[in-house]
Design a protein around this ligand. Structure first.
Ligand SMILES: Cc1cc2nc3c(=O)[nH]c(=O)nc-3n(C[C@H](O)[C@H](O)[C@H](O)COP(=O)(O)OP(=O)(O)OC[C@H]3O[C@@H](n4cnc5c(N)ncnc54)[C@H](O)[C@@H]3O)c2cc1C
Length: 425
């Protein structure tokens, strides 16, 4: 794979997500060769994937080239490759482009969609974890609206225009809100033959409230915002199956739909080769200590969503959101530096900065430690925080411009079917 030999130790990092990037940014002037593997040549800002799915933003606003982020890092080598196996005995990783030896290995592979073993749902539903998947949803949504526009069959029209989302976590809530706004702003202007009330947006949630990880106050407020936008929220509703045309739930409800979006869960994305007590089967996360060292494996660390660090405050591990990943990455970077300087390592502790979710224009909810608020101020704060954390100045400017334009014009400029989506069954 054309990585030069080195007299320095080699740090191999798998995954250029939030955790991997935060780690690498700390490794300037470290006497080591650094190799980053990722199956994409860009970093994905996952919190805004739903805006790509619903035609609010172009994909290049939320993706950023990994090579560009680290162009000033010395002895740094990025390779576009999938890591398929770790051989801890040989201290080697096996990838889609060959094998490479490491001295220190950092696994920051995040999560993958969890279909809970339901093959039908896996085959027929639309997951949203990556930019290509978000683009698939965008194409399918627009294709289905086009199909509704040309059919004479009212049943078929209803099915094409019925959008069903499983999971009312932040992703499901944000998607549902954006789809409802699409119906309000775009459908009636672009498709004069279609009536606004023909389009349905259903949000199905197994718990008794939306946004289960947030405060009850924020859950209630978010539900009210959703209902105001015309989203039909179905609580205590567990999805049982989807055969490609009908979603069935455990309590016997059915929803006919041509677009079923699966936002109901993720599971860790570990790599073959490290298992035993180091891998917690239930969540597919690596058990790590307060220094992010994988239990029982010397020189191997795990970070972010794929790592499970039990602490007093978080006995089941940190929430699988961006902040723990960023903070762990930064912390391990500093610890690796300390290690090279032969200084004492410091244990990690998480600082919870709060949680937020947006439902639509002027509608967001924010939970800080002791303070919960909602509405227009929360929405501006949500926008500010997301712009701040987006990688790259260009991305921030383009996103800010798009959001301002969309806000003024009630528009979603990216409603383009570039590559028609066809489910490969
Ligand atoms: C739709 C969606 C919305 C979200 N919204 C929010 C939000 O609003 N707020 C929030 O805080 N969090 C949100 N999250 C969660 C947040 O994105 C994650 O917690 C965060 O990305 C975790 O960072 P990470 O570095 O651990 O993993 P990731 O950011 O997922 O990065 C993992 C990287 O590893 C690469 N990779 C994985 N396996 C391999 C392999 N075998 N070989 C090579 N490369 C590999 C992937 O390509 C990826 O680049 C959202 C997640 C999703 C999916």
């Amino acid at each position: 794979m054309n990585i030069p030999e080195t007299k320095h130790p080699r740090i191999v990092v798998i995954g250029g997500g939030f955790a991997g990037i935060a780690l690498l940014k700390q490794l300037k002037k470290v006497p080591a060769q650094i190799v980053l593997f990722d199956r994409h040549n860009y970093h994905t800002f996952q919190p805004l994937l739903y805006q790509v799915s619903t035609a609010g933003l172009e994909p290049d606003s939320i993706a950023y080239p990994l090579r560009k982020i680290f162009r000033n890092l010395e002895d740094f080598h990025f390779r576009l490759a999938e890591v398929v196996q770790i051989h801890p005995q040989q201290k080697e990783v096996e990838t889609s482009i060959g094998s490479l030896a490491y001295d220190y290995l950092v696994i920051a592979t995040g999560t993958r969609t969890n279909f809970f073993g339901n093959k039908n749902i896996e085959t027929h539903s639309m997951p949203m974890k990556t930019v290509p998947q978000a683009l698939n949803i965008r194409s399918l949504m627009l294709q289905n609206i086009e199909a509704a526009d040309i059919t004479d069959d009212p049943e078929a029209r209803k099915r094409y225009l019925n959008f069903v989302i499983a999971g009312a976590g932040p992703t499901g809530v944000e998607l549902a809100g954006a789809l409802a706004e699409f119906r309000k702003g775009i459908l009636e202007n672009d498709y004069p033959e279609l009536a606004e009330e023909d389009m349905g947006v259903h949000l199905l949630e197994g718990f008794d409230r939306v946004l289960p990880p947030m405060s009850e106050k924020s859950s209630k407020k978010a539900q009210r915002f959703l209902e105001k936008l015309g989203v039909e929220v179905h609580l205590n509703t567990m999805v049982e199956d989807f055969d490609g045309t009908t979603v069935t739930t455990k309590d016997g409800k059915t929803f006919k739909t041509a677009t079923f979006i699966w936002a109901a869960g993720v599971t860790g994305a570990p790599i073959a080769g490290i298992d035993g007590e180091a891998l917690i089967q239930k969540t597919n996360r690596y058990k790590v200590d307060r220094f992010n060292r994988v239990a029982g494996f010397e020189g191997i660390y795990a970070l972010g969503d794929v790592a499970l660090m039990e602490t007093e405050d978080f006995p089941k591990g940190h929430p699988q959101v961006a902040q723990p990943a960023i903070q762990q990455g930064k912390h391990l970077g500093k610890n690796l530096k300390r290690m090279f300087e032969q200084k004492e390592l410091k244990p990690f502790s998480y600082y919870d900065k709060g949680t937020m979710a947006t439902i639509g224009r002027n509608k967001a909810v924010v939970d800080l430690k002791k303070w919960h608020f909602a509405g227009a101020f929360a929405w501006f704060l949500w926008m500010f925080v997301h712009l701040w954390f987006l990688a790259g100045f260009r991305n921030r400017v383009v996103t800010f411009f798009n959001w301002t334009y969309n806000y003024i014009n009630y528009d979603r400029a990216a409603r383009l079917i570039i590559r028609p989506f066809k489910k490969s069954l």
